[in-house]
Design a protein around this ligand. Sequence first.
Ligand code: BGC
Length: 262
Amino acid sequence: MDDVDTCLGIDIGGTGIKGAPVDTAAGRLLHERVRQLTPHPSEPEAVLDVVRDIVARFSWRGPVGITFPGVVFGGITRTAANVDKGWVDLDARKLFSESLHLPVTVVNDADAAGIAEMRCGVGQGRTGTVLLLTFGTGIGSALFRDGVLVPNTEFGHLELNGHEAEHHASGNVREEHNLSWEHWAHRVQRYLQHLEMLFSPDLFVIGGGVSKKADKFLPHIKHVRAEIVPASLHNDAGIVGAALAARTECGDALLPQSQQAP
Ligand code: BGC
């Protein structure tokens, strides 16, 4: 296999950090992923130690794509809703690449998952307006128009019923408040209706850990016009998307220039 086709993808989340080498042509993991808990506090140096460990576990010497659960602009992490505030305005690409001595691309976690689903999952060949949402620690969003990403949309912070949407309808809220799938699905439905009113998407893709449990909540979501499908890469979407973003060729196709690998 051509080296260009293999990148290490690392998905930094508020709860766990996962990584694996990815065949970016096929969009699949080449090894079973490794997962470690996100350190608390999740300061940059502590997260860097975990990333370094994942790179070492695979004896990795090629390009690395890393997701981050906040706004990422030109490799700089701008916000940190669910991780330590030390990430705000940090040159994360520089931190990772100088420490690992490898070329690094950093992208928003939901944007990465969206890139993976559009390229290799349920979004393949889909035109029009596609909105992928990840329901995990927070709510992430990735908006595509005719297959091109509008990065850093941050729709998890829209207001819903007087709360930030991610404080009302994330995957973690369902678990922490012990909500039934049906109760949670009604909150998600309200959220989708709100997004539908604003963006009229053709397709919603529901990602994050809950995508594996689609049969438990999708049947309760009835009053949304757009088609709704669960993501097909499930929890691997972030890893695959990070690796795809690291591969410049894919970056050219899916990411605006400000987000591409150097
Ligand atoms: C962050 C987003 C992220 C989402 C999912 C939100 O709190 O602001 O950038 O995509 O959580 O991790």
